[in-house]
Write a protein that binds this ligand. Structure first.
Ligand code: GLN
Length: 490
């Protein structure tokens, strides 16, 4: 196979070639690194490219395959890691000046798990600072661009990861999703992004944004790859008390191109005001396709509390962030002003200089919502709304096996378009963040195009029923060819 094409393979395709010794891990790694060196100046998906480490690892892994014959699905496959996930010995910035020079002394559990399968880490992906944002424009370093149209955003906060997968700078990526950060950029870049059920994947070593909402998940080129990555990263971890001890199924088991008898609901509240017509049309066409494949569709599903999800999210997530980010005081981690006269000045100036404007906005919002006198009116109320939303999803899943919605109400927008208007930016996640509030799993799969711009379709499932989510996604994918399209970067 021509070297130029290796970087475009899926995990399962590359695995077959590695297993039959038609390609080596070194060749695969060289191919993605070559792509990175050619394309990075235009898309800028990476904060750190770990080319030397990756090539040395790949040589070691080739040797390991040769001598032991051992090869699992992720062995020798190049992967990009969102820079919010700690990697031992590799700088982990979280897209922030605060952690610009932070080199973690340990690996996140997900990294340990993929390293145990001899994965090849090729870099750390750009992101909105501390995962707060929907466009990658809040990165403290530089914005990432959408490979389908360089004047547009790739989505966020896992924008760098999505672009790396779309543009061929890795075969797959790991991202994190607190309110849509895997799914919205996946939709904007024509890749697959999953947010697993809260507690399904360990958060140990994931730099915290909002701990009751954060989950790590795969970003891949197809649904089979997504299932393979879930097989590797899911499961209980004694280091994360919120991870659950449920057994991990083989997520590829239910990947059958058949949805006969499944009941799917299309909740009308997810076609919010402002949903672009192309997005609506793509959703309708996708649902029609699923109906042709044998699913029973209810076009009139309804989850009325969805209306309050955005408001509740922007109380809960900033509240948790304001507590989580209190640790960046210039003493324990990362950036510290060198010339402060006393401890108060040191803390103030470290936070003033180390955090960007969006992070400061969240800390202020959260601190306000938690402050005495306002706590009950804001935080407690948002928690009550959260309970109502969870119950509403429980009830919906008595009737439906999965729900189908747009991933985002719009196609990728232009850089700069929403930067001055935080509320417009927040609305970008109106379809994805209720899912984090409820803690249930959801995937975004390629669902069509508006001209050259990708559109994502979201499939939402019952808690710990990633298998049904993947099954619906797989059946849809096999009946369409959106996922096979790759951007030509100009
Ligand atoms: N865009 C949302 C926010 O800015 C969610 C981000 C995320 O999922 N990390 O908070």
């Amino acid at each position: 196979m021509h070297e130029q094409e290796l970087n475009q393979l899926t995990i399962h395709e590359a695995h077959e070639l590695l297993k039959s010794r038609q390609v080596s891990a070194v060749e695969l790694t060289q191919s993605v690194l070559k792509r990175t060196s050619e394309g990075e100046d235009r898309v800028r998906a990476c904060i750190t490219v770990t080319d030397d480490i990756a090539l040395a690892e790949a040589a070691r892994v080739d040797n390991h395959i040769r001598t032991s014959g051992e090869i699992t699905p992720l062995t020798g496959i190049p992967v990009m890691i969102k820079d919010v996930i700690c990697t031992r010995g590799i700088r982990t910035t979280c897209g922030s000046k605060m952690l610009e020079h932070f080199v973690p002394p340990y690996d996140a559990t997900v990294i340990e798990k993929i390293r145990a399968e001899n994965a090849i880490i090729v870099g750390k992906a750009n992101m909105d600072e501390f995962a707060m944002g929907s466009s990658n424009e809040h990165s403290a370093f530089f914005p990432t661009r959408n490979p389908w149209d360089l004047s547009r955003v790739p989505g966020g906060s896992s924008g760098g990861s999505a672009v790396a997968v779309a543009a061929g700078e890795a075969i797959y990526a790991l991202g994190s999703d607190t309110g849509g950060s895997n799914r919205q950029p996946a939709g904007f870049c024509n890749v697959v992004g999953l947010k697993p059920t809260y507690g399904r994947v360990s958060r140990f070593g994931l730099i915290a944004f909002a701990s009751s909402l954060d989950q790590i998940g795969p970003m891949t080129r197809d649904v089979t790859d997504c299932a393979l990555v879930m097989n590797a990263i899911a499961g209980h971890d004694p280091q994360d008390s919120t991870s659950v001890p449920h057994p991990v199924p083989d997520y590829t088991r239910k990947l059958i191109p058949d949805v006969k008898g499944l009941r799917l609901g299309v909740p009308r509240e997810y076609l919010v005001e402002g949903t672009e017509s192309e997005v609506r049309l793509a959703l309708e066409a996708s649902v029609k396709k699923l109906s042709e494949l044998g699913a029973e569709i209810d076009w009139e599903a309804s989850l009325p509390y969805t209306r309050y999800a955005l408001t509740a999210f922007y109380i809960l997530a900033p509240s948790e962030a304001s507590a989580n980010l209190a640790r960046y005081d210039g003493v324990k981690y990362g950036f510290s002003v060198p010339d402060a006269r006393n401890v108060i000045e040191a803390t103030e100036r470290t936070r003033e200089e180390g955090f960007g404007p969006e992070v400061k906005r969240r800390i202020m919002l959260g601190t306000y919502a938690l402050s005495s006198g306002y706590h009950d009116a804001h935080y407690l109320r948002a928690q009550k709304v959260r309970t109502l939303i969870i119950r509403e999803f429980d009830r919906a899943f008595e009737r439906y096996d999965a729900l189908i919605t747009p991933t985002s109400p719009t196609v990728p927008f232009k850089l700069g378009d929403k930067l001055e208007d935080p509320v417009q930016m927040y609305l970008s996640d109106v379809c994805t963040l209720p899912i984090n509030i409820a803690g249930v799993p959801a995937i975004s799969v390629p669902g069509g195009f508006a001209g050259s711009l990708p559109i994502g379709v979201q499939i939402v499932g019952r808690p710990f029923d990633e298998e049904t989510v993947l099954r619906v996604a797989y059946a849809y994918e096999q009946a369409t060819d959106w996922h096979t399209r790759r951007p030509e970067i100009r």
